[in-house]
Design a protein around this ligand. Structure first.
Ligand code: MV4
Length: 450
């Protein structure tokens, strides 16, 4: 096992990783920017090293500085967390070249799955169901339009290097196709320097269902059930739960086996997520694979009793998975609410600043993953997520009751947050009834969907 790990991240996930390392008897090195001298991850790690000025490009995204810090501090491995360098194949490759263990899959795999049209083709060939659409990437608008006629409108136009809604457009018919294709492609060239696109049939009001998988170096692959992440605002997840109310035991088995097949097909290693769209008739389609630990991993931990960060570290160190598929049980129901420094009344504009007072809820089945504290100043340079409130109950109804109670007790003073918006979601009859597809926010909160 490793003796020292460098955590190449900040905020709550850096804190989460440091805590897992401490439990495992592994020393930790935090890296921090000049804006994060007083951040909890800096204070909590065994050692900390400043890697540059506040802008991410000069600190948390600066590969050379992070590698140098790892060498200087004599850490054997880097945990990248999520965001920043976590899905950067060049960074994983740089780690490999410097004999540093990157806690995640290989650079080659990150690359392969990072190209969404290539991933789609790989899955098609392996017999994993994908949304009907193009098999090869496409550059030319006329060629794409001919494909769209074949697929049938409406169609989704997506960027090969996209994900999370960037470089994505819907076309309802030939009359609006060219403009939408051009706009999506322009966004992709600007954002990813890639003009290759792919097409999919538009699935109406789907659910976003993702399966957590774990794969070790010995070739064992397991799934840990699903997360329903359908409640999103502008492609940002707001609230996640596990299990999904839309998935029966039989469907879970089928989708879980498909997720394992997807992971096996590419020879996956470490923790990963297979994203599916689930339509109204319960057909499911592979959408993309995320090759990192995700923000919403705690809901899976709560229903399985496993520690995903610990498993990631064990796998990277060459140890086998601590469980087999038949030892994994999904028990009860977990919900996570993301609390962000943002103002719902002003189009969810980020609202950094000084937090004057914090009170976090606790008790049976209540978990808080956060880096904030009273008198902490939220810097304006990074993601606005402040805290993840996670609850676990015996069923969905009791988890909802627990979350309403916990949200009611949570206090964050000094800055604007989306806490009241989360409370409104939990209080909504449609949420309580499980009427929670991807159109939940635009449908029930049209004033917030904008
Ligand atoms: C889709 C879709 C319907 N049909 N693809 C949005 C983010 C990106 N990861 C994929 N997205 C979608 N792809 C097809 N073929 C609907 C969405 C979508 C969505 C997906 C998950 C969660 C929220 C969403 C909100 C709007 C659209």
């Amino acid at each position: 096992m490793f003796t020292k790990i460098l955590v190449a991240n900040r905020g709550e996930i850096a804190v989460r990783i440091i805590r897992a390392c401490r439990e495992m008897g592994i020393k930790t090195v935090a890296v921090y920017s000049e804006a994060d001298r007083d951040s909890l991850h800096t204070l909590l790690a065994d050692e900390a090293i400043c890697i540059g000025p506040a802008p991410s490009s000069e600190s948390y995204l600066n590969m050379e500085r992070i590698i140098s810090a790892t060498v200087a501090m004599k850490a054997e491995a880097i945990h990248p967390g999520f965001g920043f360098l976590s899905e950067n194949a060049r960074f994983a490759e740089l780690c490999e070249k410097c004999n540093i263990v990157f806690i995640g899959p290989s650079a080659e795999l990150i690359n392969k799955m990072g190209n969404k049209s290539e991933a789609r083709k790989t899955m098609m060939e392996a017999g994993v169901p994908v949304v009907p659409g193009s098999k090869e990437p496409v550059r030319k608008a006329e060629e794409a339009k001919a494909m769209a006629e074949q697929i049938g409108y409406p169609v989704m136009i997506k960027a090969s290097s996209g994900g999370g809604g960037k470089g994505m457009r819907i076309s309802y018919g030939p009359e609006d196709f060219d403009a939408n294709f051009q706009n999506a492609q322009m966004e992709s060239v600007k954002g990813f320097s890639d003009d290759t696109m792919y097409l999919e049939r538009y699935i109406e009001k789907p659910r976003h269902i993702e399966f957590q998988i774990l794969a070790d170096k010995q070739g064992h692959v397991v799934h840990l059930g699903e997360r329903d992440c359908s409640i999103q605002r502008r492609h940002q997840k707001v609230l996640e739960e596990s299990p999904s109310i839309a998935i029966s035991k039989e469907l879970r088995k089928k989708m879980g086996e498909t997720a394992i097949l997807a992971a096996r097909t590419v020879g996956y290693e470490n923790a990963g997520t297979i994203e599916f769209l689930l339509d109204k008739n319960k057909n499911f389609y592979f959408m993309e694979m995320n090759t990192r630990i995700q923000v919403e991993h705690p809901v899976t931990e709560m229903v399985t009793g496993m520690d995903l960060i610990r498993e990631q570290i064990r796998i990277a160190a060459g140890e086998p998975l601590s469980v087999t598929q038949d030892q994994i049980r999904i028990e009860g129901h977990a919900i996570e609410c993301r609390i962000n420094a943002e103002n719902p009344a002003r189009h969810f504009m980020p609202c950094p600043g000084l937090i004057t007072n914090v009170h976090t809820p606790g008790g049976n089945g209540v978990r808080v993953d956060s880096h904030i504290y009273s008198d902490y100043r939220v810097p304006p340079n990074y993601d606005s997520m402040l805290l993840k409130l996670i609850v676990h109950g015996k069923d969905r109804k009791s988890a909802v009751a627990k979350m309403r109670s916990a949200l009611g007790e949570l206090v964050i003073e000094g800055i604007e947050t989306n806490l009241d918006f989360q409370y409104e979601i939990l209080n909504h009859e449609a949420f309580q009834n499980g009427d929670t597809d991807t159109h939940f926010i635009p449908t029930y909160f049209p004033e917030y969907g904008k």
